[in-house]
Structure formats: C-alpha cells, structure tokens
Ligand binder design. Structure first.
Ligand code: SF4
Length: 399
C-alpha cells in the first residue's frame, strides 16, 4: 500500500531509503517547509558533530577553448569550428591563471571547455602535466564523461585508456559537468549531439573503477518533466550503489540568455529548493549536496543550507560558461563567509575532497583579503579578462 506523504517524510527523515516513485511523490506533494526540515534532519545526522559548519572552496574555472562541435541548445559559451568567435588559450596563459589562483589561496582548477575537433588525449596530457609540474599544490578537478568520450574519439583510443592517460598526467578527479539531464527525451531536446545519459554514466563508472572520483551535476529548467528530474537522480543513485565514486550532487538552473532555447522555460527558486531537499533525502549514498548561488542567487543559496545542502560551492576566480548565458550573480570571499554566517552556519574553506582547511569559528579570525572575488578574470563580465586581472594582481607571467 502506498505510504502517505507524511509517513514518507518521517521515514525519509529517519534515514530509510525512498524509491524513485516515492521521491516523485514527495517532490510533487510534500509541503515545502516540511520537506526542508526532513532533508535538514538527514544532513544534521550525516554531519553530526560538524553540522554547524557549511563549506566553500576557492577555485578557478579555466576555459581553455570555446570551440565546440557539440552545439548544445542551452549553451551560450561555445563557438562552432571556423567561427570568428572561437578562441583558444595557450599554455602560458593557462599557467598564468594557475599562478593567480595559488596567489589568492585557491586550491582547485576546473579546466572546462568545448569539444574542440583537434583536442585529443595528447592535448590534455600536455596541459595537465605542465600545470602539475609548475603548481603541484593545485588539484585538477576537471572535465567529465563528455570530454572523455570526445578526446578518446579524436585520439582513437578507448575511454578507459583516455582516463588512465590523463590521470597519469595529473588529473585528480572529474567534475560532473555534462550530465545535464540524463533521461533520453530531456537530453535529446537540449543536447542532441552529446553522448547518451547511459553512456555518460558508463564512462563515470569506468573512472570510478579506476579510482578517479567525481561530482555529478544536474541542469534544471530546460523543459524537463518532474518525472525526468527524479529519473536523473535514480540513474545516478544506481551507479553510486555500485561505485561510491560520486562525492557530491550539484543541481543548478538553466540560464536563459544567448542560447537556442531562448529562455522558454526556467526552474523557479522553489523548484530548486525542493530538488535540493529531495536530493538529500534520495541520495543516501552520496555524501555532499551543493547549493548553487551562482545560478539561483545568494539568498536561495543561503536557503539551500536549510534544505539539505552542506556546501555552497566556490568563490570562482573565473567563470564564463553560465555567465555567458546570463548568470549575473557575483560574490567574493568575504561575502561568501558572510552569507554562510547569516544563514546560521560556521563557514569553513574546504579541499576538493571536503576536508576542512580553515574553520572560521570566530568572526575575528575571518580572512581580510578582498582580492578574492568571483569572476575577477572573465570574458563574460565587463572589466574581466586577461589584462584586467594582470593589472589587479601584479602577477609575474609564468612560462
Ligand atoms: S555545453 Fe559544452 S559540449 Fe555543449 S555546446 Fe557548450 S561547450 Fe559544447
């Protein structure tokens, strides 16, 4: 017999596994605040002893090229091959961005770009080896199954060989980008040239089995149904039951500008909060749920910490991909710390693997470096870019 919404919420809050059907029932019908309370109860139990803490990381997205053959309809970042809007960053430029990241206390690089028709495994080997040699302290948390599929095809090797080679060159873990929506109809509607959702998961499973962990994202608001949102969660949880390799689940919302979907649909803040809560209740096998302030706004980011999220992601020293599609939110380290405090949590800077680097129990100990701002160098914002960031930081170019 089907359980009532209240019974389901109580059982989920107590830690009982819920099915995809039950998750859909809760997603659709549970009262918002009760849903948040249940998810928060799960979060507090999972982090007993440190449940008063919410984490953030300082990282830099380095966009190495916008040239891409995959032409996703929701994407405002890419340029097709031969377009005069296409660009590529050379190794010196990439290393200079790494130098700035280290100088500002960043610990992680997210290398992110288009599916360039000429970039095979060798390109990433060269980049990662050079980054690791110059900045061994930086964690390369980058790429994902889509890039692996593409580089393996360009180089004529298997995804397994591609992963082994880029890991040997310096890759530490995969970011979960490219998951978009995993169910076939929703994925084909927005990214018809991307590998299937099953293939994306297969490649992540290969990586996990090789010891390369990852995170996993979900893009909300491109016209998918509630069933498809929950099916995305189910597909991820099934793989996670086998591998345990997903460290975190990161839903974020579609940004409507400058892309072929033309903003026809978008996820509302309440839908987003419901998803954060359902994810915390459904993923009894994923450690971390990240709230996205970049796409949903700072207040929703704060609220997500009361709906099951334990992490607010990053102060991004550079971001171009979702900013190109209209994400306007910017932050800096001091504001990130304030947002977390004002949400009733103690901020802690974390590593890629979620160890605490600095727990800011006492506001008197807060860092005072106001240079650590999101998008300090970004082609997507006015005043961003190479020249500006050099002037601001007085960093000697490397390489
Ligand atoms: S989302 Fe990635 S793969 Fe898709 S068009 Fe944009 S850059 Fe290319």
């Amino acid at each position: 017999m089907a359980r009532s919404v209240n019974t389901l919420l109580d059982q989920a809050a107590a830690g009982e596994r819920i099915s995809a059907e039950e998750a859909l029932e809760l997603y659709r019908h549970a009262p918002l605040h009760a849903l948040g309370e249940a998810a928060d109860a799960v979060r507090r139990r999972r982090y007993a002893g440190v449940e008063h803490i919410a984490t953030y990381i300082i990282e830099r997205n380095i966009n190495y090229t916008n040239v891409c053959v995959t032409a996703c309809k929701f994407c405002a970042f890419y340029a097709p091959p031969k377009s005069d809007k296409g660009w590529e960053r050379d190794l010196d430029d990439v290393l200079r961005r790494c130098a700035e990241t280290v100088e500002l206390g960043g610990t992680q690089i997210m290398f992110q770009g288009g599916h360039h028709p000429e970039y095979g495994v060798e390109y990433y080997e060269r980049m990662f080896a050079a980054i690791k040699q110059a900045y061994p302290m930086l964690v390369i948390h980058s790429l994902g199954a889509s890039e692996v599929q593409h580089m393996a095809k360009v180089s004529g090797v298997t995804p397994k060989e591609a992963i082994e080679r880029i890991r040997a060159a310096g890759l530490d873990s995969f970011a979960g980008a490219g998951a978009e929506l995993l169910p076939a109809r929703a994925r084909n509607a927005i990214a018809p040239l991307k590998e299937s959702g099953e293939r994306w998961l297969e490649i992540m499973e290969i990586a996990h089995n090789l010891g390369v962990e990852s995170t996993c994202t979900m893009l909300m608001g491109t016209g998918e149904t509630n069933e498809e949102r929950i099916e995305h969660l189910r597909m991820v949880r099934d793989v996670q039951d086998r591998t345990g390799g997903f460290r975190a689940f990161i839903p974020y919302t579609y940004q409507p500008e400058n892309n072929h979907l033309k903003g026809r649909t978008q996820a509302t803040p309440l839908e987003y909060l419901r998803m954060i809560a359902i994810a915390r209740l459904f993923f009894d096998n994923v450690n971390h749920i990240q709230g996205s302030w970049l796409t949903t706004g700072k207040e929703i980011g704060q609220l997500s910490l009361h709906y099951g999220a334990d992490d607010l992601g990053s102060v991004m020293l550079e971001e171009n991909v979702v900013s190109s599609a209209g994400a306007k939110h910017r932050s800096n380290l001091l504001e990130m710390i304030h947002l977390i405090r004002a949400a009733g949590r103690v901020p802690a800077q974390r590593t890629t693997t979620y160890e605490h680097i600095r727990v800011l129990e006492d506001p008197a100990d807060d860092p005072v470096d106001d240079r650590v701002v999101s998008h300090l160098s970004s082609i997507a914002v006015e005043g961003g870019g190479v020249v500006e960031s050099r002037r601001m930081l007085k960093v000697t170019p490397v390489g």
